[in-house]
Design a protein around this ligand. Sequence first.
Ligand code: NAP
Length: 525
Amino acid sequence: MPLTGKNTIASEVSAEGAEVFYSIDPRSKTTGDLPFHNATRNEVDRAVVAAVAAFQEIRGYPSSKIADFLTEVAAQIETLGDDLLHTADRETGLGLPRLTGERARTTGQIRAFANLLREGAYLRAIINTEQPGQPAIKQMQFPVGPVAVFAASNFPFAFAVAGGDSASALAAGCPIVVKAHPGHPATSELFAGAINAAVAAKGFPAGTFSLLQGNGIDVGQWLVAHDGIEAVGFTGSLRGGRAIYDAASRRPRPIPVYAEMGSVNPVVITQAALAKRSEEIADGLVASVTMGTGQFCTNPGLILLEDSEATRDFIASVSEKMDAAPTGILLNEAIAAGLQSAVSETAAHAQIEVLAGAEAIADSDFFCYRNTVMQTTAAAIRADDRLQVEHFGPVTLFALCADINDLRATIDALEGNLTSTVHAEEAELESIGDLLHQLREKAGRVIWNGFPTGVAVVHAMQHGGPYPATTAPGTTSVGMNAIYRFMRPIAFQNVPDALLPRALQDANPLGILRLVDDVYTDGAI
Ligand code: NAP
């Protein structure tokens, strides 16, 4: 499919503005030939107005029609073939094996939402029939309306134009306006083609989907401020996510922002675990920290251990392995610069000792940074929040604890995270429980004897956590529950059966599981 470098607004290409940018190959730092047009304020407005109009139609669609559309989106992505993989590889340097896996994850999660819709119980129909002194109350979930999606830099497929936020919003029945990430504009345009093809094939209104290109904050700010947008899905930096959250809150009519902003993902390793599996844990940790050149929001960036000879040996072994591990490619110049600045600031801290890396590689042909290990004390972490900052790359920080009380006090002082992890032995099950549940308070997912990178797309997944990991700790951006960010419950009181959505009608014509007078049933009333 020939690329245009233009925005896609309700199935039409559009390039009103004169400002352009180019995609850059992180392997060679070379600039592509095709100019990509920054969307103008008017184009943002046109996209949202089209989405508002599309919503008037889509909100009446049965779940089965939306499921068919999602299935078509997944099929259209597959028809992009290897062109998609090569384009994304040129723009991100992530490599074909990783991108092939990410494409399968992306189409898999879209199809999983289609299955969820076909099964039907996701509508969460709850019925309390009329009782003496109590009216009939019947509620279910409805789509909120047009959703703004900010694509992430580090997942050009799974958290981007047709990624988890888009799939869950579309599944909810919401049109989407996507702000493409400037790190992969060509990849984004290919995805836009696939979604538009599905829109046409399934007869959806053109405003169901629009793609806005942009390499500055204006496009995103205009989008979030637009009164037609009802919710925002975002994956990226704390600074960006917080700015979008603040912009949404400043609107005359504020809207929810579901921002997933990263995390240091604390890992606690007990002395018993070290005594038994020191080498194995070191290998697993290094693999997890360097996977994808460390550019995962679930990267284990803070490791807490009681100080001992075994601990010091373990840290020395991890540092050696990190030093020996290959230098990976970073996604783009901004990420390389951001990483260098964040590590330099931490390394300059009086309580920090650098054990490996912490320096840029001069004259490299590709965007990169040395694999880095740093060490500090638990007391220093408690004394200075800046030591909890995310280093988005192949970097980890060890914090030595004087004893278990020092460790527990430090866990109390941790900020919100996406994950927390414990490495311990079976023999410690009784003694470790309190600590594990203390860590639970700081994260959305608790991991036992594993590593946080790798997020399974399943119903039970929780990918979220207390601020600053996210702006909405009660929600997830991975797994089927992600759909509820873009739905809201509405209750009907004493409304006649004929006026109710089919999911709430007495005969239960959809045959879905409902909670009727406190009992789950798929029967009629
Ligand atoms: P980012 O800078 O937060 O940008 C993400 C998106 O938000 C981009 O489309 C960006 O637009 C837009 N944006 C940023 N600030 C904005 C603002 N004030 N108003 C409106 N829109 C705004 O994230 P990134 O480019 O992916 O990477 C930068 C850093 O984010 C990384 O170094 C890393 O620290 C962190 N990060 C975290 C995760 C994670 O999973 N938690 C993932 C990726 C990155 P423009 O780029 O066009 O300005």
